[in-house]
Design a protein. Structure first.
Length: 97
Protein backbone atom coordinates (compact mmCIF):
# COMPACT_ATOMS: atom_id res chain seq x y z
CA UNK A 1 0.00 0.00 0.00
CA UNK A 2 2.82 2.38 0.87
CA UNK A 3 4.45 1.68 -2.48
CA UNK A 4 1.19 2.52 -4.26
CA UNK A 5 0.86 5.82 -2.38
CA UNK A 6 4.45 6.82 -3.05
CA UNK A 7 4.44 5.82 -6.71
CA UNK A 8 1.13 7.56 -7.32
CA UNK A 9 1.66 10.85 -5.47
CA UNK A 10 5.30 10.74 -4.31
CA UNK A 11 4.16 11.07 -0.69
CA UNK A 12 3.19 8.80 2.20
CA UNK A 13 -0.33 10.06 2.80
CA UNK A 14 -2.25 9.23 5.95
CA UNK A 15 -5.06 6.69 5.52
CA UNK A 16 -8.11 6.51 7.77
CA UNK A 17 -11.11 4.18 7.84
CA UNK A 18 -14.16 6.11 8.98
CA UNK A 19 -17.82 5.39 9.54
CA UNK A 20 -20.52 7.74 8.30
CA UNK A 21 -24.24 7.05 8.08
CA UNK A 22 -23.79 3.32 8.61
CA UNK A 23 -21.12 2.88 5.91
CA UNK A 24 -17.37 2.50 6.01
CA UNK A 25 -15.09 4.71 3.94
CA UNK A 26 -11.38 4.79 3.32
CA UNK A 27 -10.06 8.33 3.36
CA UNK A 28 -6.73 9.45 1.97
CA UNK A 29 -5.95 12.48 4.08
CA UNK A 30 -4.02 15.53 2.93
CA UNK A 31 -1.31 15.12 5.61
CA UNK A 32 1.70 12.96 4.79
CA UNK A 33 4.74 11.53 6.54
CA UNK A 34 7.23 13.76 4.76
CA UNK A 35 5.64 16.94 6.19
CA UNK A 36 7.42 18.51 9.15
CA UNK A 37 4.08 18.96 10.93
CA UNK A 38 2.97 15.32 10.49
CA UNK A 39 2.15 14.01 13.99
CA UNK A 40 3.76 10.54 13.57
CA UNK A 41 7.34 9.47 13.02
CA UNK A 42 8.21 6.81 10.42
CA UNK A 43 7.78 3.97 12.92
CA UNK A 44 4.40 5.23 14.16
CA UNK A 45 3.21 5.80 10.59
CA UNK A 46 4.27 2.27 9.62
CA UNK A 47 2.38 0.78 12.57
CA UNK A 48 -0.74 2.84 11.76
CA UNK A 49 -0.57 1.84 8.10
CA UNK A 50 -0.28 -1.84 9.07
CA UNK A 51 -3.44 -1.52 11.23
CA UNK A 52 -5.36 0.04 8.34
CA UNK A 53 -4.12 -2.62 5.91
CA UNK A 54 -5.07 -5.41 8.33
CA UNK A 55 -8.59 -3.96 8.63
CA UNK A 56 -8.96 -3.64 4.85
CA UNK A 57 -7.81 -7.24 4.43
CA UNK A 58 -10.24 -8.40 7.13
CA UNK A 59 -13.06 -6.59 5.33
CA UNK A 60 -12.04 -8.19 2.04
CA UNK A 61 -11.69 -4.88 0.21
CA UNK A 62 -7.92 -4.70 -0.34
CA UNK A 63 -8.26 -5.31 -4.10
CA UNK A 64 -10.98 -2.67 -4.39
CA UNK A 65 -8.80 -0.14 -2.53
CA UNK A 66 -5.68 -0.96 -4.57
CA UNK A 67 -7.58 -0.58 -7.86
CA UNK A 68 -9.08 2.73 -6.75
CA UNK A 69 -5.73 4.11 -5.63
CA UNK A 70 -4.14 3.17 -8.94
CA UNK A 71 -6.90 4.60 -11.15
CA UNK A 72 -8.50 7.55 -9.37
CA UNK A 73 -8.13 10.92 -11.03
CA UNK A 74 -8.33 12.67 -7.67
CA UNK A 75 -5.43 13.92 -5.63
CA UNK A 76 -5.32 14.69 -1.88
CA UNK A 77 -5.59 18.47 -1.38
CA UNK A 78 -5.10 20.60 1.70
CA UNK A 79 -8.26 20.46 3.79
CA UNK A 80 -10.01 17.89 1.57
CA UNK A 81 -9.61 14.15 1.98
CA UNK A 82 -10.26 11.70 -0.84
CA UNK A 83 -12.89 9.12 0.03
CA UNK A 84 -13.85 5.65 -1.17
CA UNK A 85 -17.05 3.95 -0.01
CA UNK A 86 -15.99 0.42 0.88
CA UNK A 87 -18.09 -2.36 -0.63
CA UNK A 88 -17.87 -4.85 2.23
CA UNK A 89 -20.61 -7.23 1.16
CA UNK A 90 -22.30 -6.95 4.55
CA UNK A 91 -19.13 -7.59 6.58
CA UNK A 92 -18.85 -3.91 7.45
CA UNK A 93 -21.62 -4.24 10.02
CA UNK A 94 -19.23 -6.35 12.12
CA UNK A 95 -17.06 -3.26 12.54
CA UNK A 96 -19.77 -0.64 13.07
CA UNK A 97 -20.87 0.50 16.50
Amino acid sequence: MLAVLRSRWRASYDLQVVQRRGRLYLQVMWAYLEQQSFPLDAEGYGAHLQEVIALLNELGVAGQVRQWLLTTGERPRLGKAMGLALETGGRGSEFLL
